[in-house]
Design a protein around this ligand. Sequence first.
Ligand SMILES: [Cu+2]
Length: 122
Amino acid sequence: MKNSFLALAASTLGLSLSLAFPISTSAAPSPQLITITASSEAMFSPSEITVHAGQPVELKFVGKSGVHGIASTALGIPATTIMPGSTQTVTFTPSKVGTYTLHCTIPCGADHSQMAIVVKIV
Ligand SMILES: [Cu+2]
């Protein structure tokens, strides 16, 4: 109903729908969604992810226990604190192929120095 009205309106005005709505065919690639849990026991899980150069990535951090942090100037990930019981979402677009190791940025316990996410950009 709405679409046929728009088509009629567009043809009445002498416009094509593709001219009226140019974003439909040239939209940016949809983001790759990855959920990562953070806990003092299991650290980051998964602890290794693979993403694609040029494709936006949405990382959803779910805090299970302990306070943890993530940041990467190389990847454009702002300093983010992950609190237990809360969720933080960060979005970035990897540009350079390579492997990056992101360590937890907040001292969180005995295993803090082992707590990291390996980001593989392919
Ligand atoms: Cu930590």
